[in-house]
Each structure stands twice: as C-alpha cells, then as structure tokens.
Design a protein around this ligand. Structure first.
Ligand SMILES: Cc1ncc(COP(=O)(O)O)c(C=O)c1O
Length: 419
C-alpha cells in the first residue's frame, strides 16, 4: 500500500495517478453542453462565421482566447506612442501569425511587418500585406530561392544579412533570376545568435551590397532582445542606449561613405517608448499585442515595478479542470503540448502554481487556505512565451466578455515549409 507521503509526492510530480478512485462530484460550475454547442455544430458555425450564442464555456479546451477590446487598446497605444515619438512601426508577426491582427496593426499606421521565417514573409505577402522585413538571412538553396522569388514578386520585401558569403550567394541567385534584393546589414546588439561587428566591418558589407547590380542596401538592423527585458524603465533605457551604440556608429560611417541609410530597425515591446532615442527609425515590437508573463513585471515609465501597465494581457489559454485526487492540487488539460510552464500565471488567481504533468496533463497547486478552482471549472492562463504558445494552436477564439465574436486562424499550420 502507498503511504500518504508517496501519494502526495506523486501528485506534486504529476506522474501517473494510480490512486484509488474515491468518487468525483459532477462538475457544478461549468454549464452543461446542449446540442447547440456540440463540437460539430461549433465547427459548422465557425465555418459559416455565425458566432451568435457562442460563449467561452462551449469551447473545446485547451484553446486560445483573445480579448478583442484589450488587443485593440494595445495596438492603438503602441501606434499612438510611436506617432508622438516620430518612429515608424513595423511590428513583428512571430507572436501572433495572424492576418487579422496584422491588419489591425496596419490600419493603426504600421508601415509593414517584420517576420522571422521566409514562410511568414510569403504567407503575409500572399495575404496582400506589403513591406515585409525578414530578420534572418537566406542560407541554403531553399531559403535563397524563396527570398529571391519573393523579392521578384513583391519589390517591397526586404531581408537582412550579416555575412559577405551570404551576400555573394544572394547576388548570384538574384542575377540568375534578374531580381533585385533589398538588404539590411544586421549588426550585433547583445544577442550572440546574429549580427556582425558594428562600424567598419558592417559598412564594408553595406558597400558590397550597394555596389552590386542585383542588391540594394537599405540600412541596418540591431535587435537587442536582452535589453528589452531589463527591469526598470531607467535601467532598460540605459541598457538599450549602450547596446545600440554600435549601430549608431555604423550609420554615421555609412553616411560619411555616401551610402543612404533608409532604415534603422530593431526594438521591442519593452523599449517601444525608448527606441526613438536610441537611433532606430522603426520598431519591430511583437509581444505588445497580447502580452506574456515574461513581460508582466519589467516595470514601466510610471515607476510601477510590480506591473508593466503599458499593455494589457489580451491572450489567455483556457483549460478545463478535469481531475482531483490530491490535497492542494487539481489536474487540468493544459499540459506540455499546450506549452504549459511553471512561470505561467492564472488569470484571477495569481497565487496558483501552474504544474506540467505530461503531454496532455497540467495542474494547479496552492497552499493551505488559498482559494482554488473546482473540478469542471474553466480557468484562463497567461502564457510565458507567446511565440512558443501560439505555435501550438491553430486558431484564436476572439471574445468580448464571455461572447465569442470571431475566430481567426493562426498561419503556418501545415508543414515545415509554412512555418
Ligand atoms: C528579431 C526580433 N525582433 C523583434 C522581436 C519582438 O520583440 P518583443 O516580442 O519583445 O516585442 C523579436 C522577438 O523575439 C525578435 O526576435
């Protein structure tokens, strides 16, 4: 027989629960599902875009829910601030991968979109959006050919490079297809994953691009992801100023050499109201549309260190509480496949600890005396890392209060070439 201690630790670790069935109460707080919320009818209604009467409690879980009013407020706040500060916005799509969200960003004044894969650039370009900037360089035949094909099809498409070898490959491919590739030089800004040495080396590459027949030099990119999450507005401002010194120097040298520098791009949600002073001409902010818990406590210009109040959390993953056998722990369907993380935060009950018990199993844990959900409850969770989470789902259920008012597909769900 298992001791009480074994039983508890099994629960905390969320291993296979082999406990004796002790009789579960029927769900009390979730509404019973009638014919009009069967999954078949729900899908038919979505296909017909008939959302009348669909409420959050009818949705299959785990699922992503977007609060439309908060999303709109976030999009407008960044757009308005950027306008006031005189900086363009070319938002990064990596966190939402949604044409509907992108259209809202464009309507609010964005001059294009930034993307992390050639597939994202193709998909958004096919959706009619101009001014796609791909923030990686094409390497290998597949990526190079796609970058050149898109450059031909859509002359507003641009991408970056930090390597003379890649620039030569691009020139060769562009020449073969009589295309013109628009290229920015990516300069190191604190992330080891990308970006060449600023100053003379970066300007030498810019000159190589500018002097070629099939490429056009557009400017510089310097993305400082670390600076974006520095806690405290003043510390973040200082970190951003320092880490972007190299790209400012590169621009000055390029101008001295007679090269036009049309674009200075970088920036993020954490630095959206800082980067107009760091030398950037446009912002690549992404997370601000929905927000994730990695940003919740970076502290804003208002001095509130407990919360970053500039943008509101507009996206949750909704889960169903589906099993209860252990003290201070209840199981959910929000597991590893839904990207559950211990740093996620439960909406309305931030004291709950989120546990991950396997592919389709999650948990909420609490201390004695703390309020907690019951079997059958629907609970919403703020995810930690948006781009990872949206990658695990195929649609957003768009809500106003409890009502579902729209359903938006998440792009790139059908195979590697689409991601
Ligand atoms: C190249 C690049 N630009 C911009 C962003 C957007 O940053 P954030 O989501 O912090 O706004 C990211 C995010 O990872 C990125 O990789």
């Amino acid at each position: 027989m298992r001791s009480r201690r074994d039983f508890l630790s099994a629960g905390v670790a969320m291993g296979v629960l082999a406990a004796t069935y002790k009789g579960a109460a029927l769900p009390t707080s979730s509404k019973s599902c009638s014919a009009d919320c069967s999954i078949t009818e729900l899908n038919q209604r979505i296909a017909r875009r008939d959302f009348r009467g669909i409420t959050k409690d009818m949705l299959p879980t785990p699922c992503m829910v977007v609060d439309l009013d908060l999303l709109n407020a976030n999009v407008n706040h960044l757009a308005d601030t950027a306008k006031t500060n005189g900086i363009h916005v070319r938002p990064h799509v990596k966190v939402h991968k949604s044409v509907e969200v992108a259209k809202r960003q464009m309507t609010a004044g964005a001059i294009g979109l930034t993307c992390s894969t050639i597939a994202e650039a193709e998909l958004f370009s096919d959706a009619g959006i101009k001014g796609m900037l791909w923030t990686k360089q094409p390497v290998g035949r597949n990526n190079t050919q796609r970058a050149i094909a898109l450059s031909k099809k859509d002359p507003t498409f641009m991408f970056v490079s930090d390597d003379a070898q890649v620039v030569d490959w691009v020139e060769e491919a562009a020449a073969a297809h009589n295309a013109k590739a628009r290229i920015l030089v990516s300069v190191y800004a604190g992330l080891a994953r990308q970006g060449m040495e600023a100053g003379k080396p970066a300007v030498d590459l810019a000159k190589r691009i500018a002097s070629s027949r099939h490429m056009q030099f557009e400017g510089f990119m310097a993305y400082s992801g670390n600076a974006a999450h520095v806690k405290g507005f003043e510390a973040r401002r200082k970190a951003s100023m320092e880490v972007l010194a190299g790209v400012r120097e590169s621009k000055a040298l390029a101008l001295e050499a007679g090269l036009p520098v049309n674009i200075m791009t970088g920036g993020s949600t954490g630095t959206y109201n800082i980067d107009h002073a760091t030398g950037l001409s446009e912002l690549q902010a992404a997370t601000y549309v929905f927000m994730d818990t990695a940003y919740f406590t970076i502290g804003g210009q208002d001095g509130d260190m407990k919360r970053y109040n500039d943008f509101q959390p507009a996206l949750t993953v909704m889960t169903t509480v589906d099993s209860q056998y252990h003290p201070n722990l209840i199981s959910t369907d929000y597991g590893a496949k839904a990207m559950a993380k211990s740093t996620d935060i439960v909406k309305g009950m931030p004291w709950l600890q989120v546990g991950n018990g396997g592919a389709e199993y999650g948990a909420f844990m609490w201390k004695d005396g703390e309020q907690h959900p019951k079997l059958g409850d629907r609970v919403e969770i703020y995810p930690t890392s948006l781009d990872m989470s949206t990658n695990a789902f195929d649609r957003y259920y768009v809500a106003q209060g409890d009502r579902i008012v729209d359903v938006w597909p998440i792009m790139g769900r059908s195979g590697a070439a689409q991601r």
